[in-house]
Design a binder for this molecule. Sequence first.
Ligand code: DX5
Ligand code: ZN
Length: 226
Amino acid sequence: MVKQLTAKIGPSILNSDLASLYDESQKLMDSGADYLHLDVMDGHFVPNLTFGHPIVKCLRNKIKNAFFETHMMVSKPEQWIEPMADAGVNQYTFHVEPVKDVASVCRKVQEAGMKVGIALKPATPVDVVTDYVDMADMILVMTVEPGFGGQKFLDNMMDKVKWLRKNYPTLDIEVDGGVGPTTIHACAEAGANMIVSGTAVTKSEDPEKVISSLRNTVNAELTKNL
Ligand code: DX5
Ligand code: ZN
């Protein structure tokens, strides 16, 4: 059976009130989020710090059912595989740029019982994924330079998404950075189906409405191509 792609919306809590991480996260799930995108930064791979596995574990203790994706903006992704699996993470999305043996990291993530996401910074050519795409559950095309929420969407990244969609028609393709109601059409048309949206959702007065409009835009595009 051919895999049917669907739109999935994963809000990023990076720019929300992290003192109320649980409330903010639960509110996003109650507003219709399909998953939570948790931005982990180590101050080395990106010039910013957020949180690590102890906080993810606490969040998991309070939110049992949500699908957790950790976006690992860290220099040594292999170091955090076991702790994140133990914290109850469902998908471990790591950047190729600092990793020498991408295949080995993919294998370790799988062995730890998590799905594999492979992330690309804006300057990284998309065809680096060719050797690893078979091991990945998802490719993340960054649409801003990783490190901070609230940045401007880089629309020239859409060529990468189009290339991936053309070559891998059933692949889950995620976009992250500056994605919201004004940029979702470009993402959907290019072929992205997993949508990370931070500021546009968490700073909205009606997160539920934003999430459903993002989902509708992507699903409309996906059904066009059936
Ligand atoms: C950037 C992070 C993103 C970001 C998304 O480094 O990976 O997940 O927080 O936030 P917005 O949608 O505000 O760009
Ligand atoms: Zn992210």
